[in-house]
Design a binder for this molecule. Structure first.
Ligand code: F6R
Length: 242
């Protein structure tokens, strides 16, 4: 893993956006794997700014999102489709029909998992996957104990994850209990991975990722075995390893 330590959240967001912009310019037909959550918001803002100022085009780019809640409508502001439209897609020249997010409201979520995994294959897989990390090491919604070879599947969210995500919902009871997520095996098939980590709350996760063993009890640890991973981490998150 290539580790890049930067000053703060803003610097992480700029560095991540610069890397993504370079890749998009080099390969305008790139397939990006995208994450939601607090971490990549600043990166997406920088992509939008660059699109407006420098005209980087997403006209031929495809995107596949990592995950989506089960049981909330697409138009719900908490759906990840809504998040992607709001924080990125509505502000760049991407063709929305080239943006893929698991359909959390599919009639048959199990079939939706198979369809999503196949759709990824049909489109040639992810070239560059952007990831955040949970404090318990989750990537996507792959909680501790998930098989390293898992494909897109349905997950029950850990209580800690529901608590962390409850900041976006009126009440913790409103946080969905299930989601569809790309599996760890799916993520590991990406040609390249960009993992973004910011803030004091992630210090233990950074330490475990960089110094701990590769084990299913800490899903992100498998990234140590991927040949092309860049981790951009800010000082607040890297304090225990500096
Ligand atoms: C989001 C996702 C999650 C988040 C993780 C960190 O699509 O897959 O794994 O990346 O929960 O969330 P934040 O960035 O809010 O700390």
């Amino acid at each position: 893993m290539k580790l890049k330590v930067v000053e703060d959240y803003q610097a992480m967001s700029r560095a991540a956006a610069d890397l993504i912009i370079d890749k998009v310019r080099m390969n305008p037909e790139i397939t990006l794997g995208l994450a939601t959550g607090g971490t990549p918001k600043g990166t997406y803002q920088n992509l939008i700014k660059d699109h407006q100022l420098n005209g980087t085009s997403y006209g031929s780019v495809k995107t596949f999102n990592l995950d989506e809640y089960i049981g909330i409508p697409i138009r719900d502001p908490n759906s990840y489709r809504y998040y992607m439209n709001t924080y990125l897609f509505d502000h760049i020249d991407i063709d929305k029909s080239n943006t893929f997010v698991p359909r959390g409201n599919a009639e048959n979520p199990t079939e939706e998992c198979v369809r999503y995994e196949n759709s990824l294959l049909v489109h040639g897989g992810v070239d560059l996957q952007i990831l955040g990390i949970g404090r318990n090491g989750h990537i996507g919604f792959n909680e501790p104990g998930t098989s390293f070879s898992s494909k897109t599947h349905i997950v029950s969210l850990a209580q800690t994850t529901r608590e962390a995500n409850s900041r976006y919902f009126p009440r913790i009871e409103d946080v969905p209990k299930q989601a569809i997520t790309m599996g760890i095996g799916t993520i590991m098939k990406s040609n390249e991975i960009l993992l973004l980590i910011s803030g004091e709350r992630k210090q233990e996760a950074v330490k475990r990722l960089l110094t701990g063993e590769v084990h299913e009890s800490f899903p992100a640890s498998i990234l140590n075995q991927h040949p092309n991973v860049t981790v951009i981490v800010d000082h607040a998150a890297s304090a225990l390893i500096e």
